[in-house]
Design a protein around this ligand. Structure first.
Ligand SMILES: [Zn+2]
Length: 127
């Protein structure tokens, strides 16, 4: 293999020390692919940290698919506040799920929202 002449190796070492990527070095040395450059660098014992990033997984690795979200009702525990939050038809819809008050289906905050107007109207009716 006559690819690696002394001059090329010297040039390779120089470009590599200037933090060029394998692809750039391959281009400057007139080589077809960077694998030859990376292989040579490895054999010369010049490999540096960013070899890992360059040789690693491609940057545009597809993201793993998002897990199917559980229906909000399945996330309810026996003690969960059942106060609905958000648009029932929207994706963001869920239940409050805070620890509910004893004897009530809602947490303290939502029990106040859910029951106070009724209490007030009852009181108003008694007046
Ligand atoms: Zn709540």
């Amino acid at each position: 293999m006559s690819t690696w002449t002394d001059e090329r190796i010297e040039e390779l070492k120089r470009l590599w020390s200037e933090s060029l990527t394998g692809t750039e070095i391959a281009k400057r040395l007139g080589l077809k692919d960077r694998n030859a450059v990376m292989g040579k660098i490895h054999r010369l014992g010049l490999a540096r940290k960013n070899l890992a990033t360059e040789a690693g997984a491609p940057a545009n690795d597809p993201m793993p698919p998002e897990p199917e979200p559980l229906h909000p009702i399945l996330l309810l525990k026996e003690w969960s506040c059942r106060f609905p939050v958000g648009d029932p038809l929207g994706r963001e819809f869920r239940f409050c799920c805070a620890k509910r008050k004893a004897g009530l289906p809602y947490c303290e905050e939502h029990a106040r929202i859910a029951y106070t107007p009724v209490e007030r109207s009852v009181r108003a009716m008694r007046r």
